[in-house]
Ligand binder design. Structure first.
Ligand code: ADP
Ligand code: MG
Length: 297
């Protein structure tokens, strides 16, 4: 599948001022994101995740390296205004704080805001807003005051705003971090559906390992570089590398790792607690049978 985003050797530093030196935030970052994929980005604070997201949304331009969005090289000296505009429309971002993202008082007006900036005809905006609100399960709140909503509902409204703009790729920069467990589940469910049912490419920056385990692929960042890149099974399947980078693995993986060291053979890549529990029960039974203590010895 064609990459929606291709990055080659991206480098970015924040300029310093009189008191501070420039900060190198990204060094030689290269990857391709296939259209329609679901990628999680992990890394501790300051590892460069948000900086990368801002380059992909064209909030900032890289100091060096090349970046393609939907086949257009936006870092090319030949890139036109129209190329950049088109690329900006393709990639949207949902941020961490639900309160900072609502710009209008009424929910449906907020969802319409981006479409109005695109200058779309009112009938088209109406249709897109209705569809987007339905996609995030917020139809009944269309005429409600946005400030009264819960954090999870506000994030769903923010997501609806990006859906209404027909984004091909949405970057979620810790968009579940400020939500309670219920809000987090609601938002994750919508992100998964957007990806699976509507083919929207998802980049999910998160600190929650169970959220990352839902992705097709995980990129792990450390000090402005990508240090691990693979499926959740591969990345979490070598927990030592994650621990070395100061990161966690899902609790099921940690449990399985410790059980394996105690001689109970459980796979490291069962991220659902029910699946993990079944595997542990089966492994314990196998072990007991082997040592002659099982019922069938
Ligand atoms: P993350 O999102 O993984 O926490 P960031 O991309 O925000 O990491 O930050 C990467 C590095 O860039 C950090 O060292 C951070 O202090 C620095 N940084 C981030 N934003 C700015 C800024 N606006 N000005 C100066 N330095 C910044
Ligand atoms: Mg960040």
């Amino acid at each position: 599948m064609n990459p929606i985003i291709k990055a080659e050797n991206l480098t970015f530093s924040y300029p310093g001022d009189e008191e501070s030196k420039p900060v190198r935030a990204l060094s030689g970052v290269s990857f391709e994101i296939p259209e329609g994929s679901f990628t999680a980005v992990l890394g501790h604070n300051g590892s460069g995740k948000s900086t990368l997201a801002k380059l992909l949304c064209m909030v900032n331009l890289p100091d060096s390296g090349r970046l393609w969005v939907a086949g257009r090289e936006i870092t090319s000296p030949d890139a036109t205004e129209a190329d950049i505009l088109a690329a900006r429309r393709d990639v949207g971002m949902v941020f961490q704080n639900p309160d900072n993202q609502i710009v209008a008082t009424i929910v449906e007006e907020d969802v319409a805001f981006g479409c109005e900036n695109l200058g779309l005809p009112p009938a088209e905006i109406r249709k897109r807003v209705d569809e987007a609100l339905a996609a995030v399960g917020m139809t009944e709140y269309a005429r409600k005051q946005a400030y009264n909503l819960s954090g999870g509902q506000k994030q769903r409204v923010a997501i609806a705003g990006t859906i209404a703009m027909n984004r091909r790729c949405i970057i979620f920069d810790e968009s579940t971090a400020m939500l309670d467990p219920m809000g987090r589940r609601e938002v994750m469910e919508i992100i998964r559906r957007l990806n699976r049912e509507q083919g929207v490419t998802v980049l999910l920056i998160t600190h929650h390992m169970n959220e990352a385990a839902m992705a097709d692929r995980i990129l792990v960042m450390n000090q402005g570089k990508i240090i691990l890149d693979g499926t959740p099974s591969k990345v979490f399947g070598s927990p030592d590398a994650m621990w070395k980078a100061g990161l966690d693995v899902p609790q099921t993986t940690e449990l399985a790792y410790k059980l394996r060291r105690a001689g109970i053979d459980v796979p490291l890549d069962l991220f659902d607690p029910d699946d993990c529990a079944k595997a542990v029960a089966a492994a314990v039974q196998r072990k007991m049978a082997k040592s002659g203590r099982g019922g069938k010895s």
